[in-house]
Design a protein around this ligand. Structure first.
Ligand code: KG4
Ligand code: ZN
Length: 381
């Protein structure tokens, strides 16, 4: 996969992602049943990435543009919602223009415009939603609202042309930790979720505590490679009445205790050892729950999704355990695990095929639930 990167004057990183895996239609189940191509312009702005992509038949990515603000938020130690919204306003038109141009298309060539309308930061979501509504109004093309997490799950369809539901998916991002059964396209049963912090949130908080800073996940991943994963034995919470649920707050407190103890005793903690031991504890719980779910629910396909799915420790252990248990393992390339619009275009295709159409009254829904959300089949006013 090729990532062309350009750092702009304001520190925002402009990326265009290309590769044969993205646009080779391969064994696309959609192309077997499809007579006419469906080309979707997809928009994503739920957090600190402004992104636009053009996706054909849910699986062929004709262009994938990401404008990442990560460097702008690093100085504050986390995403500042107001800055994120303002940057989306500045960058979104450029992303859309680049996405259409790289796909060799104009707005006339697209069949629908899709956008993430939740969950996420309300001000950030509103920028993408307003942009998509404006395009839909100006062109008269159908408008499709996409659930951000359903987008993450659908990222698996892009490089795995043969993957079709049903399968189990572990969704681990900055705001979500869910274990779901993907029963069909757009149909999910949640079998486990976090009781407190999301997995990505735990990575971010622990990174901050041990002085690695923001963004925590990639920094812990890198530091862990140099550390001893058995240096500390951190707790792996099991919830007796909900065996597929997660809890990371005890683990986080345990890391904080070790930091405080070391401070009181005037000892210096080895950052890499803490990172490696923490990562091992999180990864073992995630992998353990996911494999158990596959076995008990009788599925032999397992996918991972969300920013934490790019973690190298998680990818390695999940691959090993899937192999040992006769389960086929699916994972998007790291750049498709973190926020992007190609995944929104993939999810939107299956919504489009179901007849989902939003009206211009579409609004951002910051706490949109996964699973049983309301779907619109007729554009309103
Ligand atoms: O999916 P995502 O890009 O945004 C949300 O929808 O939340 O996920 C962001 C989260 C952050 O918490 C970040 O620290 C984590 O994903 N993350 C990682 C890695 N890369 C990103 N966590 C662990 N290891 C990584 N390599
Ligand atoms: Zn995300």
């Amino acid at each position: 996969m090729n990532i062309n990167k350009n750092i702009e004057e304001d520190g925002v990183i402009f990326m265009s992602i290309k590769g044969d895996e993205l646009n080779n239609s391969g064994e696309n189940p959609a192309s077997k049943e499809e007579k006419e191509d469906v080309v979707i312009l997809a928009i994503e702005s739920s957090c600190d990435e402004s992104a636009a992509a053009v996706v054909k038949n849910g699986r062929e990515v004709l262009s994938n543009i990401i404008s990442s603000q990560i460097a702008l938020h690093t100085v504050y130690g986390g995403v500042v919602p107001e800055i994120a919204s303002r940057k989306h306003v500045e960058k979104m038109n450029g992303c859309i223009r680049a996405a259409l141009s790289e796909a060799g298309m104009t707005l006339k060539d697209i069949d629908a415009v899709a956008v993430t309308y939740g969950p996420g930061l309300v001000g950030a979501l509103l920028v993408g939603v307003s942009e998509a509504k404006a395009i839909a109004f100006a062109t008269g093309k159908p408008l499709i609202g996409v659930h951000h997490i359903e987008g993450h799950i659908s990222a698996n369809f892009i490089e795995n042309k043969d993957l079709e539901p049903p399968f189990v998916c572990l969704v681990v991002s900055g705001g979500h930790s869910h274990l779901v059964v993907v029963k069909d396209y757009g149909e999910y049963d949640i079998i486990g979720q976090t009781r407190d912090d999301a997995a990505g949130e735990a990575f971010d908080k622990v990174a901050r505590a041990i002085g690695l800073g923001y963004p925590g996940g990639p920094k812990i991943d890198k530091a862990a490679k140099e550390g001893n994963p058995d240096a500390f034995s951190f707790p792996k919470a099991q919830i007796p009445d909900a065996e597929y649920d997660f809890s990371f707050s005890g683990l986080k407190s345990s890391v904080l205790n070790i930091i405080n103890q070391a401070k009181m005793q005037g000892q210096e903690l080895n950052q890499a050892d803490v990172a490696a031991s923490f990562q091992k504890a999180v990864v073992e719980v995630l992998v353990g729950h996911a494999i158990k779910a596959c076995k008990e629910y009788g599925y032999n396909k397992l996918a991972i999704a969300g920013g934490v799915a790019s973690n190298s420790g998680l990818r390695e252990l999940m691959e090993k355990e899937c192999k040992a248990n006769g389960i086929s393992f699916y994972r998007p390339s790291p750049v498709l695990c973190t926020d992007n619009a190609a995944m929104i275009g993939a999810a939107a295709y299956y919504e489009y095929k179901k007849g989902v159409r939003f009206g211009l009254d579409m609004n951002a829904v910051p706490n949109l639930p996964l699973g049983d959300r309301e779907r619109r089949f007729h554009a309103g006013k």
